[in-house]
Design a protein around this ligand. Structure first.
Ligand SMILES: Cc1cc2nc3c(=O)[nH]c(=O)nc-3n(C[C@H](O)[C@H](O)[C@H](O)COP(=O)(O)O)c2cc1C
Length: 352
């Protein structure tokens, strides 16, 4: 071996030894940093932070802006003709957006019907600036058939709550009757039920109604088993589930640094509603963690064909429980351990 080659070889060996030593001493911290870099890279690349004007980014901006108007209108005493800037931005974004070939025009319908209600809401005469916006809004809505499900704006709360089933007590009992299912029968859950559960779940609250949560369902079989192999908490029951759901958050729907963790919150709420809806239809579920490092996460993205802009939040095993199967007690902590309010709540409350 020549001298230069020998020197290079020694340098490489020294670097390798140094890396090993660092890994041994700081292994966990290093992996943590790597995981944060992995998350950082994905969020900074795919969220709406940089204003790249992708379809979904503009949609998220429109949703965010007109939802501000909707929200404002439901307040006790909204200031007359509040939010001029928000209204103008909404109209500007919608006008830009509707020119795109990939535009979802129902989103424009939603924004403009919300603005129409805004325009009809106040006693005081409309200011000059609104008259200009109203021409654009009405110009769009005129002669257009808007699907009632797509209308933005507000409605009366009384039309939402009906029937004795929605009484607090019934709901409370219902929630307490759910347990994670880890013993599934061979029966397949029909698509109609799964669809209904997604339909319920998509009504879960999300930041500014951004609705960034996505779900993918996989029915039982060898392909799904490959996915389950990557998850560490389903051994002994996952393969028997009728379906496995992967719940993810589309980062392009989040627009500011402060929203970097919002996907986890919104998808968590979505996942809960999804599971309650299935529970209401006698279908069992078990949440499955996706608490993994970058390597495992990459594997799942590739295997399931999940695009890089989506962050996987969790999975859910879905299926009919086997008759007479067991569930864990999973004792819950006392209210006193959880409620740390300065003034403890009285125990005679409605459902305590
Ligand atoms: C995000 C999340 C991930 C979970 N991951 C798993 C899992 O991988 N395997 C499992 O058997 N249970 C999992 N669970 C279920 C919990 O163990 C269970 O919800 C908890 O013990 C309470 O029991 P219960 O759901 O029967 O009320 C998970 C729950 C959540 C919320």
């Amino acid at each position: 071996m020549e001298r230069t080659e020998l020197r290079l070889w020694r340098q490489r060996e020294a670097l390798f030894a140094l890396r090993k030593a660092i890994e041994m001493h700081f292994g966990t911290s290093l992996r943590l940093v790597q995981a944060y870099i992995y998350d950082f890279r994905r969020f900074s690349r795919h969220s709406g932070l940089r204003g790249t004007n992708t379809q979904r980014e503009i949609e998220s901006r429109i949703l965010k802006e007109f939802h501000r108007i909707e929200k404002g209108l439901t307040l006790k005493e909204p200031r007359s003709w509040f939010g001029r800037e928000t209204v103008e931005i909404t109209v500007q974004l919608c006008e830009q957006y509707r020119q795109r070939s990939d535009a979802d025009l129902q989103l424009v319908d939603a924004a403009y019907t919300a603005l129409r209600q805004y325009g009809q809401h106040f006693q005081e005469d409309a200011p000059e600036w609104w008259t200009h916006q109203a021409v654009i809004v009405e110009g769009w809505l005129e002669g257009r058939h808007v699907d009632p499900n797509c209308e933005g704006g507000f409605r009366s709360r009384s039309s939402e709550i009906s029937g004795s089933d929605s009484s607090g007590l019934a709901l409370s009992n219902f929630m307490r009757s759910r347990s994670s299912t880890r013993n599934f029968s061979s029966e397949i859950v029909p698509n109609t039920i799964l669809r209904c559960a997604i339909d319920d779940a998509k009504r879960s609250p999300s930041v500014c109604n951004r609705q960034g949560t996505r779900i993918r369902l996989y029915s039982r079989g060898p392909e799904t088993d490959k996915i389950l192999k990557l998850q560490n908490g389903n051994r002994g029951f996952g393969n028997d589930a009728s379906h496995i759901a992967i719940i993810s958050a589309d980062l392009s729907t989040f627009l500011i640094v402060g929203e970097r963790n919002q996907g986890f919150v919104d998808a968590g709420m979505f996942a809960m509603t999804f599971q309650y809806s299935l529970h209401a239809q006698n279908v069992g579920t078990c949440s499955l963690n996706w608490s993994v490092g970058p390597r495992q996460d990459r594997r799942l993205h590739i295997l399931a064909g999940i695009p890089d802009e989506e962050v996987v939040i969790m999975m859910v095993a879905v299926g009919y429980p086997e008759t007479d199967s067991l569930v864990t007690n999973s004792p819950s902590r006392s209210i006193e351990q959880i409620d740390l309010s300065d003034v403890p709540l009285m125990t005679e409350g409605a459902f305590l």
